[in-house]
Design a protein around this ligand. Structure first.
Ligand SMILES: Cc1cc2nc3c(=O)[nH]c(=O)nc-3n(C[C@H](O)[C@H](O)[C@H](O)COP(=O)(O)O)c2cc1C
Length: 509
């Protein structure tokens, strides 16, 4: 199936925008739009249930003058499976199930980046008094947000000081003032692992760089739990089929894409005295979350950007009928990652994995060919034991291979008739790590400053046929009775008479 794939290197975000425009997937918005709430509202309302276009805002209030450093905002390009297929170099009509299978493969592949001397991201280099984050048309995405979030769909680069392996993750960052960005990060995320490694070396702060706007693989990979020790740049290279060209930052030895739109360099301090108030933000759960409280701050030491830089951003939070870019991407890559986790753990018989986009794999469905008793428990244990489950996979439903996990009704039917809570089909794994932004948990348990992570009571719903039951001679030696669906020979017989009966075109289900 990967043979059908033709990897695409768009070159930069502008190349991606051009490709979207050519495919009719982009809307240019040339009317004046206010960065203050209006722009974010347009993005959210336009995104729909995986149906909205990518949006390029070309005329933003207060940022449309001749001297504006940056005039445009780009959002929404990943909120649709057609466009995700384009990123993978696949036919835009590829079914999400095939995208998951492909993502399994390419997200486990690597092509290391290439270091180059310079690139367009160095067209403007701002340091010292010239740094002013308010020069960029950062929206107040939502009226309830605690500030203007410049880091939404940005790749936050850090490195492990012992191995020098970099990590690129999406961690929200709010403009605190003209040169400070308080951020929201968990200690269980890779940025948190890096912070610990620097602290263990006695450092008071660590180098960091926000990359804002590059090819879509940056968006896709920075939100993905690529395994610890594997650099997201390598995975981006694998997806686009060619190495990512990286240039060295001005302030430290982190590396960023040479054709990025904007890079904000700085140092993240570990000293609570330096913390700034951050939050709340309209979050990925679809609720306003991450209460306002003091959080670690990036002290900005340089901004480099292209001429006429385009700010990449997104709205977070999926709701029924309104799927965010993160939730759409998550449904593909977090399903793929969960499947790879199961493979690595040696769980046999996994035939499909899917977390629907409305929650982006908060609930995960796993289809298996069951060959031994309680295999579903092995599935849940393997998933919850992996670091990839930190902010997802709260509820795992396991079904047999006759249940299509892309069909809500089929999964619901399996839960209705193959789950017996008195037979251990519902298992609660109490008090595990989890997303500190989930409103179903108590406020105290969402305090990541206190606990490092949220607190989830995870649930396995084993909706497979219980192999602990005895085979029954009345059921032809099976554990379950036959369904009401007629035998194939009876269906064939009525098929032969269907038109004669005046029932129209034969349409077996
Ligand atoms: C748009 C977007 C925003 C995100 N915001 C945050 C955030 O503010 N804090 C956080 O810890 N994770 C956030 N995430 C999730 C992480 O990016 C994700 O868990 C990723 O795996 C982190 O990278 P890592 O695995 O290298 O730690 C966000 C993801 C996306 C796509």
């Amino acid at each position: 199936m990967t043979a059908d794939r033709k990897p695409v290197a768009f070159g930069d975000m502008r190349g991606w925008i051009d490709a979207l425009r050519a495919e009719g997937e982009l809307k240019d918005i040339n009317a004046l739009v206010d960065w203050n709430v209006e722009l974010g509202t347009i993005v959210r309302v336009a995104q729909g249930a995986g149906t909205g276009p990518a949006l390029l805002f070309n005329n933003i209030k207060d940022y449309n003058g001749p001297n504006a450093r940056s005039r445009r905002v780009f959002a929404g390009s990943m909120s649709n499976y057609r466009r995700m297929a384009m990123v993978f170099g696949m036919d835009p009509d590829t079914h999400p199930r095939e995208l998951v299978k492909l993502a399994r493969n390419i997200m486990a592949s690597t092509i290391p980046p290439k270091i180059v001397e310079t690139g367009p991201v160095k067209e403007n280099i701002l340091t010292g008094k010239d740094i002013d984050l308010f020069d960029f048309p950062t929206p107040l995405w939502n009226r309830a947000d605690g500030g203007r979030y410049i880091g939404t769909y940005a790749g936050c680069v850090t490195k492990n000081p012992d191995t020098n392996v970099m990590n690129v993750g999406a961690y929200r960052g709010m403009i605190g003032d003209k040169n400070r960005i308080p951020i929201y990060m968990y200690r269980a995320q890779h940025i948190g692992h890096h912070a610990l490694a620097w602290q263990q070396k006695g450092a008071k702060e660590m180098p960091i760089a926000y990359v804002i706007g590059w090819e879509p693989t940056l968006d896709f990979c920075s939100g993905s739990p690529v395994p610890m020790g594997v650099c997201e740049y390598d995975v981006m290279g694998a997806i686009r089929g060619t190495p990512v060209d990286l240039v060295k930052c001005e302030s430290h030895d982190l590396y960023v894409p040479a054709t990025a739109e904007i890079v904000i360099e700085g140092f993240l301090s570990f000293d609570p005295e330096t913390y700034m108030q951050e939050g709340p933000f309209a979050e990925f759960t679809g609720y306003i979350a991450g209460e306002r409280m003091p959080r670690p701050v990036v002290r900005v030491t340089a901004i480099t950007h292209r001429n006429d830089a385009i700010l990449r951003g997104t709205v977070e939070g999926a709701l029924p009928k309104s799927y965010s870019e993160n939730s759409m991407c998550s449904s593909i890559m977090r399903s793929a990652i969960a499947w790879n986790v199961l493979d690595r753990a040696g769980v046999p018989g996994v035939t499909d994995v899917w977390g629907p986009p409305v929650h982006g794999t908060m609930n995960l469905n796993v289809q298996i060919k069951q060959t031994y008793r309680n295999q579903a428990k092995q599935v849940a244990n393997a998933i919850w034991g992996s670091s990839a489950s930190h902010v997802r996979y709260k509820h795992v439903t396991v079904v047999d291979d006759d249940i299509d996990i892309h069909d809500y009704a089929a999964v619901d039917w399996a839960i209705a008739y193959r789950v017996n809570a008195g037979e251990n089909d519902i298992v609660i794994m109490p008090s595990t790590f989890g997303a500190g932004l989930d409103p179903s948990t108590r406020k105290r348990d969402r305090n990541i400053a206190l606990f490092g992570s949220g607190k989830w009571n995870r649930v396995l719903i084993d909706a497979t046929i219980n192999l602990d039951y005895d085979p029954d001679p009345d059921f032809g030696g099976n554990r379950y009775p036959p369904t009401v669906w007629p035998a194939q020979k009876d269906v064939d017989a009525v098929a032969a008479r269907w038109q004669e009966l005046g029932l129209g075109k034969w349409k077996p289900d």
